[in-house]
Design a protein around this ligand. Structure first.
Ligand code: TXA
Ligand code: MG
Length: 333
């Protein structure tokens, strides 16, 4: 099948609507990463998402709706703090998990009793969701386990020939996926860290904790148990304080004939000399915005990615570190 990349406009939206109502898939821009959307009420359409991505069938999908859509049609909003969070952070990079009313296909919820809901703020996403005016379930628009896509070209690189349409809304400004928050209980629990931070949520909801994922737990956010964000080049991760070891490792590999690239925060600019470097950014937000873009640039250009963790902690750094720890194993000599 031919994969079209079209700017978001009246014509492309009409085509997108036709595809979605016909049970097909459309890739859409959001402020976090690109999503691969289908009609959430159509089980056969949703199955295509899993097939195209090679996604494990027990990892549920997020339902995306436009800002005027009544989410009460899809889920039970039981906690008062959830309404406050919706008011404060939606539309935006926050996904909330509620008990489902069963409107969305069980293929998307993997037979579970909960549904994750998100209202993206990206103009192109809003226009698309408004045009279809139904809940669109969408995972990130990459092949499963690969780095998430933050440009239409990234989506094309992974899914060319497998989907009919990519709506091009430019480079995603957020750069890492939404915060996934369980709001079914008294205290909100973060299942996946993102741009809406624990601190921001606690300031509105009174409290907020990170879910503790232990081996013995019934996994509440199945996505956390799989390999993720893996570049297609060998990648070695070093702790912030081990940056000198990282430079030595880079040099040794270079001498042995490899073509390494260093990913490192801007604050170490003066230390890296003539090495081949991609700078991740000045602060956590910049690093989040650049991370997947840079990992994809690095895997195209090199056969070895040497990444040094940022020094900062808390806030958006938690989301950046979460992605990095999954993208690359810690270097252990
Ligand atoms: O920013 C985002 O969230 C992007 C854009 C496209 O909206 N979407 C995205 O989807 O990252 P995906 O499928 O790549 O990640 C969804 C995460 C997974 O970790 C999944 O396990 C979790 O959300 N999730 C989905 N439904 C859930 C549910 N009912 N309960 C717990 N976790 C859920
Ligand atoms: Mg994903």
């Amino acid at each position: 099948m031919e994969t079209k990349i079209l700017k978001v406009d009246e014509e492309s939206l009409a085509l997108a609507r036709e595809i979605i109502y016909g049970g097909g898939l459309v890739a859409m821009p959001t402020e976090t990463v690109y999503g691969l959307g289908a009609d959430g009420t159509n089980g056969e359409a949703v199955k295509k998402i899993y097939a195209v991505k090679g996604r494990p069938s027990d990892n549920p999908l997020i339902a995306h709706v436009h800002k005027d859509y009544d989410i009460g049609k899809l889920v039970y909003v039981e906690q008062d703090y959830a309404l406050k969070l919706k008011e404060a952070f939606m539309p935006g990079p926050l996904t909330m998990v509620f008990y489902s009313k069963g409107v969305i296909s069980s293929v998307a919820t993997c037979g579970g009793d909960t549904l994750a809901v998100r209202i993206p703020s990206h103009e192109g996403a809003q226009a698309f969701l408004k045009a279809v005016d139904l809940p669109v379930v969408a995972p990130s628009a990459n092949i499963s386990k690969h780095v998430s896509p933050v440009t239409a070209q990234h989506v094309y690189d992974d899914l060319n020939g497998k989907i009919p349409l990519i709506l091009d809304g430019g480079k995603c400004s957020g750069g890492i996926e939404s915060t996934v928050l369980d709001v079914t209980e008294k205290v909100p629990r973060i299942l996946r860290a993102g741009l809406i931070t624990r601190e921001m949520i606690a300031s509105v909801a009174g409290d907020c904790v990170y879910a503790q994922h232990k081996e013995t737990d019934k996994v509440r956010s199945p996505g956390v148990k799989y390999g993720h964000y893996m570049p297609r080049a060998e990648t070695a991760r070093f702790a912030a304080e081990d940056w000198k070891t990282a430079l030595k490792y880079y040099d040794k590999q270079k001498q042995s004939g490899r073509n390494p690239v260093l990913l490192i925060e801007n604050s170490l600019k003066d230390e890296v000399g003539e090495r081949n470097v991609i700078f991740l950014g000045e602060d956590a937000k910049e690093m989040a915005a650049n991370l997947f873009y840079d990992l994809r640039a690095a895997e195209r250009a090199s056969d070895l990615i040497v990444v040094v963790e940022p020094r900062g902690k808390g806030g958006v750094y938690d989301g950046v570190m979460n992605r990095l720890t999954k993208a690359a194993k810690k270097f252990d000599g």
